[in-house]
Each structure stands twice: as C-alpha cells, then as structure tokens.
Design a protein around this ligand. Structure first.
Ligand SMILES: [Zn+2]
Length: 581
C-alpha cells in the first residue's frame, strides 16, 4: 500500500514536463538577444558519442525504449474517462520526447515502436482533438491538462521528422487547451479573480503543478507564435512568480520543469526578470532540496524520496543557465548531477525513486522503485542532453564542457574543425584530442573547461608531443592555434580525491563524504561503516579506494548502482554515502 501511495504521488508531478528548443532555435534566439556572451548548443548531429560510460548508459535506456510495445506506451497511465489516477498524454508525450532526443543523440533511426505510437495517435483523439476525456470548457482540470506533456513530445518529434500529422495534433492542443486555459489561471493558486466563475478540479496535493504548462507553451511557441500566446505565457510567469514555492512545499519536478520553460522564454524575449527568477529558483533548489549525491527531495521540505524526472530537470536547468549566464558554477553542477545523480538513479534502462541521502540522518543510498510511466520515459531526455552538452560554441571558440568520448564537428569561423576526444574520465586523468579534419590553417580556439576538482598546477598540456604552456583563463584551458589533421592534444592532470565536506554540513553535522574528482564514493553496506575523515586511502584504480584501517572499499556511486554491471554493483543493494568524521 505504501508503495502504491508513493507511486501515485510521484505520478502527479509527471503530468507536465518538457525539454528544450532545438539547438538551432536556441542559437538564433540568443543572437537576437544580443548577449555579450553568446553560448550555443551544438546540433545532435554534430556530436557522435563513442564507446565509454555515457554511451553505455544511454544505450541501456534506448534499448529499453526500442523493446517497449506500442501498447505499453499508449495504455500506461491512460484513461478516456475522468480520473485522478490517469494522465492522458503524459506517458505518451514523455516517450515521444525522450525517444526522439535519444535517437538523435545516438544517431539512430526512429525506433519502430515510436513510429507505431505516432501512427496510432490520430485514431485516439477525442472530439476536441486531444487525448483522454473532453475537458470542461474552462479547461480547469489539472489531471486532464497532462495533454500538455504530449505537446512537448509532438514539438520535438516535429522538429526532427517534420511530420505534418504531429504538427496538426499539436495545433489542437494549443488551440483547444493551452490558449483557452489562460483565464482559469486567474483562479488558480495565486488567484486574482474571486468571482467563483471557475473552480479547478485538483488531482493531488502537488500544489501548483498546473504552472508546468509554461514548459510546453514556450517549447511550442516557435511553431504557433501569436500575440495571444505570448501574452498568456507572460501572464503565467507573472502569476507563478507570486508563489512562495518553499512555503507551499512545491513539488520539485514541476518546479524545475517550469524553470526550464522560463529560460526558454528568456532566450527570445530577454526579460531579465525571467532569468533572475530562474536563477533564484535553482539556488533555492540547490540550497534546500538537493541530496548529498545531487539528487532531489520530491517536494521542498519533504525529503521522502528522490525522483529521476527532477534530476533530469535539474540537469536541463544548469545546462541552460550556463548558456544564459556564462557562469561556470553551472558547468560544475552539470557534471556533479550527471555522474552522481542521473547515472546513480538509472536502474537498468529505467529511472525512478531513491532514498534522500542527507536529511533525517539518512546515510544510505538505496533504490526505491522504478517509475515506468514517468521517470523511465523522462530519463532518456537527460541522457540525450548530457551527450549534447559535452560541447558548446562560444564567441567563435569550441567549448569542451565535459570529457566524454566522442567526435565533434565544430562549425567555427574559417570552416569546420572535426575532433575526436578519448579518455577514461572521470576515473582517470588523461584526455586526448585528435584533429580529424580542419578546413582552415588559421588560428582557432579550443576552450576546455577545467572544473574545480582538477588541480590547476598539475595540468600538463602537450600538442604534437611537445609540452606547451597552460593558458588558464576563468576556469578554461585556452588553446589557440592552427589545427592540422593528425594533431594530438593531450591533457594530464590530478583530480582532488579523498574526504570532502557535505553539500549541506548543517543538515548532517559531524559527517563527510568521499570523492574522486566529481564522483561521490560509497561503501557497499547495510550497516554503518566507520571511515573517518582522516582515514588514509589507497587508490585501487577506477575511482576506487581501500580504507587503510578498516579495509573497506570505497567505489563510485554510479558504479555501485549500475544494476547491469555484475562486477561493480552493490551486492547488498545499499550504499553508505555519509561517514562520521
Ligand atoms: Zn518521474
């Protein structure tokens, strides 16, 4: 029963989430904004992931998406009669979106299941042209609004396949739900009208989740632009900004999902209030609702479990905050969230819930359950964006934001530059870039992000076998030169390793963590083990260490929680993450 309650509560937030504009749309938007620091994402097609941890993990989930039957996707969490236990369009929209983005990131053809899902949808529409039951005229039905998640999937699918049927179905969602619901929001959680003309059908205690509509509304704006839609989004953001999200214990998935929409809206319209609000929300989240392995509380003030969806959203938010602000703290958080939260939450191909490490004295990370209707079909989006976010373009430079095995085509001034990147990062500390093609011999710039766990003085850079000076500027190693085919650029460095302060020392006083570079380490144990802060550690390689006095082995959380890897996974299914000083 407890599990059922947990599952249902989790499902609620599920109803409205999305990802991002395509890179090209974002690029144009940023250029229009005239931001001094113009940072753009690369197209999926310009980055090819190569064998390594991220590709392995992305394939776990992609293979699961391919193995789904269309019936699984179309029936999960679905109903055509009003229900507060079904969210028509939610699972379907998440699947379409994640399968689309992951196919693109992996350079794979459209999965047969996705094709069949898209083919079945026109036959499932109600008389108003969307999924599930017909909503009341004022559309004030939180559960039925889950169709907006479907709009997210349709927007991304259309961006990829240019499928006219997807565009038309999406048009119906905008015309028959997203635009008509505007008036109802004046009667929602920050009511400005009190004449009782509209009464909402609330589906749960997940306060204010309806504002998640900001995400699909902004994602689809490029497809259906109008003064009416722009005014509505501006009003929704204004109404949302009045909420004290911490006080009302807002659900984190919906909060961060909506924040991604805010940032998407800031790109073309440039209202600094929107960027400021997004920054405030992320900092509130990081300070008040992030666990010691960079996962999340499910609600502000309620650390009952983590949720894979919110982890994905936190990653999306920091990736876009970095683009909008150029502040490298967001790049550091992107790696910490990826390696310790997203990859630790992944359960085979699924994603779901885990224990909240840190609050309430919880020192163990344990898998709670997969959420196939929700997190499992949102996790693919996170993996796809993690691959894409390995690189950016900024002011004519290629930015390497994370060390991920891949080839990249950078469209720089003077022509293309094609590089292959190889390493065993973050386990090892040697990175190799090989120039595969260069359209110009003119000097071009590579800016390689050096996160705070790399010891700057340890960095040794060689180009074509010769050591060169390290030009470190604002957390980046800047290499400016004419690149020639066959050039090899190598980086060697030390990563900080050992005892580390807690993310929130006040929350669990007298405790510490252990880290290797960005990797949080843990011990495969159900009973508390003693590994004091001053313990001497012996490196065993692959980010693993043996504690000298107790003999216990510390290993990366992402490996201990990798259920597909018999050699590394925690045999006790429990991982101690915090240790007494
Ligand atoms: Zn979820």
């Amino acid at each position: 029963m407890a599990l059922w309650v947990a599952a249902v509560a989790l499902m609620i937030p599920a109803s409205m989430f999305a990802s991002e504009l395509t890179a090209r749309e974002g690029q144009n938007a940023i250029s229009r904004r005239g931001n001094k620091q113009i940072i753009t994402a690369l197209e999926f097609e310009d980055i090819t992931p190569e064998p390594g941890m991220l590709l392995t993990r992305a394939r776990y989930t992609f293979d699961m998406y391919k193995a789904y039957t269309p019936q699984h996707v179309l029936s999960l969490n679905y109903s055509t009669t009003p229900s507060d236990h079904a969210f028509p369009g939610d699972t379907i929209g998440r699947y379409i979106l994640s399968a689309t983005l992951l196919s693109r990131a992996l350079h794979e053809a459209e999965p047969e299941t996705l094709k069949q899902v898209m083919a079945a949808l026109p036959g499932m529409l109600n008389q108003e042209g969307y999924l599930g039951w017909v909503l009341p005229a004022n559309k004030a039905d939180e559960t039925g609004l889950s169709n907006v998640q479907w709009a997210n999937g349709l927007s991304e699918y259309f961006a990829w396949k240019k499928d006219p049927s997807a565009l038309e179905m999406n048009r119906s969602v905008f015309a028959n739900i997203i635009l008509p619901v505007k008036e109802a929001f004046y009667y929602y959680y920050t009511p400005e009208k009190n004449d009782r003309k509209i009464t909402w059908v609330h589906c749960t205690a997940d306060t204010a989740q309806g504002f998640g509509i900001i995400d699909p509304a902004t994602r689809g704006y490029a497809l259906f632009p109008s003064r009416e839609l722009k005014d509505e989004v501006d009003e929704l953001i204004r109404l949302y900004s009045k909420i004290d999200r911490v006080k009302i214990q807002a659900q984190i998935h919906a909060t961060l999902f909506l924040t991604r929409g805010l940032l998407r809206w800031y790109e073309p319209h440039g209202d600094p209030k929107h960027l400021e609000l997004a920054k405030v929300i992320y900092d509130q989240y990081r300070n008040l609702a992030m666990t010691e392995n960079y996962e999340n509380y499910n609600w502000f003030g309620r650390p009952e479990w983590t949720e894979g969806c919110a982890v994905v959203d936190s990653l999306s938010v920091v990736e876009r905050l970095w683009q909008m602000t150029g502040e490298t703290r967001y790049l550091a958080d992107a790696q910490l969230i990826l390696y310790n939260a997203l990859l630790a939450n992944q359960k085979g191909g699924d994603f779901g819930t885990e224990t909240c490490v840190g609050p309430k004295g919880q020192i163990f990370l344990k898998n709670k359950s997969a959420a196939p209707w929700c997190c499992s079909v949102w996790g693919g989006k996170g993996l796809a964006r993690a691959i894409q976010s390995s690189y950016y373009l900024a002011n004519g430079s290629l930015v390497v934001a994370n060390f991920v095995n891949s080839t990249v085509v950078a469209r720089l001034p003077g022509g293309e530059l094609r590089l292959r990147q190889t390493s065993h990062y973050p386990y090892e500390s040697e990175i190799k870039f090989e120039v595969l093609a260069s359209a110009s011999k003119k000097a071009r710039e590579l800016r390689i992000y050096i996160p705070p766990w790399i010891v700057p003085q340890s960095l040794v850079v060689t180009v074509a076998g010769k050591q060169v000076g390290r030009n470190l500027k604002d957390s980046f190693l800047v290499i400016r030169r004419g690149f020639a085919v066959g050039d090899i650029i190598q980086l060697r460095f030390q990563q900080r390793a050992g005892a580390a302060d807690l993310l929130d020392p006040q929350r669990t006083p007298g405790h510490h963590r252990f880290m290797h570079g960005p990797l949080v380490l843990g011990v495969d144990a159900t009973q508390e083990q003693s590994v004091p802060r001053a313990e001497e550690l012996q490196s065993l390689g692959n980010g693993c260490y043996q504690a000298k006095s107790s003999g216990v082995t510390l290993a990366p959380l992402c490996d201990l929680s990798n259920q597909r890897d018999e050699a590394t996974r925690a045999k006790t299914k429990s991982v101690q993450v915090l240790f007494k000083d």
